[in-house]
Design a protein around this ligand. Structure first.
Ligand SMILES: CC(C)(COP(=O)(O)OP(=O)(O)OC[C@H]1O[C@@H](n2cnc3c(N)ncnc32)[C@H](O)[C@@H]1OP(=O)(O)O)[C@@H](O)C(=O)NCCC(=O)NCCS
Length: 377
């Protein structure tokens, strides 16, 4: 056995074989099953992209229709889940609620005890539909609004916006949201996906893996960064501060600027390219470029001072704000998309499993340390 200690944070360590996602961090390339993210963002839909991630190829028209039908059929929640959403205190955040609700979903899933490939695929359809529903329904419940029934004729993106807002979304809002879902769908062994694979590798069920993944996504160094970015923009706006001076002060205090930097990309995050464009387009169409302008000034300064690039989270903040989405739904929306990648990875893990169990370099007191009886301590 090798005794070399992996770098802190496992930086640069290749921990598994996978045929789902390929990234070239130096060139700024992201691809799902070898297909470039720019092409998917421009030409694909979330449904097509998810099919690609799960089944390894783009669907033909009949396969896509069948896939969309199955997703629409998955738009069902046991009344006990709705009861849970109604019973949590007002202080509950959507991410806490989503994590808890997904865990509860397993108890009501007909395939709960079955980890076969086919059962995992069936559960993935349901989880993809249910996660979006949970986020939309919880938001309406906490705002004392009626629950909007799912519409099987709508795409995944449109149905979420419909269930969230109670009105049919515009074509622009639907396509913007759809592209955001495509961009967030998978990202190789990011922290939440790695967490999901570690859990799946114990032969625990997919609901356990996704519950753990949601917990990992919640942190501000991962999916929580989109919400933290918007909080930063709000804080600067509220104080009427100069963004450059504000960020300079943050640097002086050794604080991190959410939405910048990446473990893998050393150049533009290809997802940020699309989110920047969509943020600009939505802002200009609305005649309100406040958040986009502020974002641009911060981006230019952070790049100039620290050579750090905006990541996927930076412009998703202003994009979602221009879509009228509440700030604490940003990270749940990441989960609404990333379930497609998480599911692909859990399926791949279960299809060719071995327990993931690395070692730690022990740096504690030397063995054998003396045991002192409690009466003598
Ligand atoms: C993404 C992230 C966690 C990657 O972390 P990492 O690979 O472990 O890199 P580190 O945190 O070690 O950062 C390396 C250096 O860049 C600096 N840095 C990285 N991201 C920074 C940021 N967003 N703001 C300010 N400084 C940053 C670090 O302070 C560190 O500087 P030092 O060497 O002088 O101490 C990190 O860039 C970060 O915290 N970004 C903000 C949170 C975020 O946007 N997360 C979403 C990622 S998609």
């Amino acid at each position: 056995m090798s005794t070399a200690v992996a770098p802190k944070g496992l930086e640069g360590i290749v921990a598994t074989n996978s045929s789902i996602c390929w990234i070239d961090g130096d060139a700024g390339v992201l691809s799902y099953r070898g297909i470039d993210i720019h092409e998917l963002a421009q030409r694909s839909t979330f449904e097509e992209t998810t099919y690609l991630l799960w089944f390894g190829k783009l669907p033909n028209q009949a396969e896509l229709a069948e896939f969309s039908k199955k997703l629409a059929e998955g738009r069902k929640l046991d009344p006990k889940i709705i009861e849970l959403l109604r019973s949590v205190p007002n202080s509950a955040t959507p991410m806490q609620v989503l994590r808890t609700a997904v865990s509860l979903l397993s108890i009501y899933d007909a395939d709960e005890a079955d980890n076969s490939h086919d059962a995992n695929v069936r559960k993935s359809y349901r989880l993809t539909s249910q996660i979006a529903m949970i986020v939309a329904i919880f938001d309406r419940i906490r705002k004392d609004k009626n629950i909007v029934e799912a519409d099987p004729s709508l795409s995944h993106a449109a149905n979420f916006l419909w269930m969230l807002n109670g009105e049919k979304p515009s074509a622009t809002a639907t396509r913007t949201f759809d592209i955001a879902l495509i961009l967030h769908a998978d990202h190789e062994l990011n922290a939440s996906t790695f967490a999901a694979r570690v859990i799946a590798a114990t032969l625990a069920d997919i609901h356990s893996a996704i519950t753990g993944a949601i917990g990992a996504l919640k942190g501000p160094l991962h999916g929580g960064a989109n919400e933290a970015t918007m909080r930063l923009l709000y804080a600067i706006d509220k104080e009427g501060a100069d963004p450059v001076e504000y960020v300079k002060q943050m640097f002086a205090e050794k604080k991190k600027i959410s939405g910048f930097g990446h473990r893998v990309y050393h150049t533009e995050d290809p997802r940020a390219t699309h989110l920047r464009r969509m943020s600009e387009e939505l802002s200009k169409a609305a005649g309100d470029t406040r958040w986009f302008d502020l974002s641009q000034r911060i981006e230019a300064f952070v790049k100039q001072e620290k050579k750090l690039n905006a990541n996927v989270d930076f412009y998703s903040a202003s994009t979602y704000t221009m879509l009228g989405i509440d700030i604490d739904l940003f990270t749940p929306i990441f989960a609404i998309s990333r379930i497609s990648g998480w599911a692909a990875h859990v399926i791949e893990q279960h299809d060719d499993n071995r327990l993931i169990r690395p070692r730690a370099e022990y740096v504690g007191p030397a063995y054998p340390a003396a045991y002192t009886p409690v009466s003598e301590r």
